[in-house]
Design a protein around this ligand. Structure first.
Ligand code: ZN
Length: 106
């Protein structure tokens, strides 16, 4: 299984595409398609008809998925976009490590 370097709830920086340079909160990660949905990134307008759930209809803006390689994790310790290392603890658990400041992320 593909190992994602970001998880739901992480703050990430977009490094490619229309929203390059923006940061946002990860709303979901789809490891199968290697895509992530990030708050405020790749906003797509959906024109919806009025329905029972949405009686007004109209235009709904929602973030669209971007490829996971186009986002970098923002380290909560040093606050910079960084690559992610992994270290395995004595109990076998895996911890993500910031390549910039060397601190644990999880
Ligand atoms: Zn760091």
């Amino acid at each position: 299984m593909f190992k994602a370097h970001v998880r739901k709830g992480d703050t990430v920086k977009v490094i490619a595409g229309e929203d390059a340079g923006k940061t946002g909160n990860v709303l979901s990660v789809d490891r199968a398609s290697q895509r992530v949905v990030v708050e405020g990134i790749n906003i797509q307008k959906r024109h919806t008809r009025p329905s029972q759930a949405n009686p007004e209809g109209g235009i709904v803006r929602r973030p669209g998925p971007v490829h996971i390689s186009n986002v970098m994790l923002v380290c909560p310790n040093c606050n910079q976009a960084t690559r992610v290392g992994r270290s395995r603890g004595t109990d076998g658990s895996v911890t993500r490590v910031c390549k910039r400041c060397g601190k644990d992320i999880d």
